[in-house]
Write a protein that binds this ligand. Sequence first.
Ligand SMILES: [Zn+2]
Length: 135
Amino acid sequence: MSVNKILERLGTHRKTSSDQWLAVCPAHNDRSPSLHVREKEDGRILIHCKAGCGATEVLDAIGLTYSDLFPETDEHYSGFKPVKRDVIDDYVVELWNANRAAGKLPTAEEKERYRQALANGGKPNNFVDELLDSL
Ligand SMILES: [Zn+2]
């Protein structure tokens, strides 16, 4: 999904740099925009709520899933390559690790998704570190 479509679903947001936005988090009672949204060069979209909401909670609140954080087409890649499942699993594993490091307990759904991601061979690859570094 494109970052514009995601921002549309999030509602109130503002652009903070050429590839970053700040939006009102849909997963908690957000009085000042806390949700950082960043579009990477390869089309992946990173989301991070400064108040501590998990990505699953944020996505659930706007009716999306992890796969919506990846480009629908290959416009950012050479050749036709649909989004690979293992890339999504890597992202799920990394978000879990980040949440755990922050002392946040996963929801039952997040646990199940994490279990699936591990079974699929998901592993951290610094998506979340890159996002946190950019804040
Ligand atoms: Zn939040």
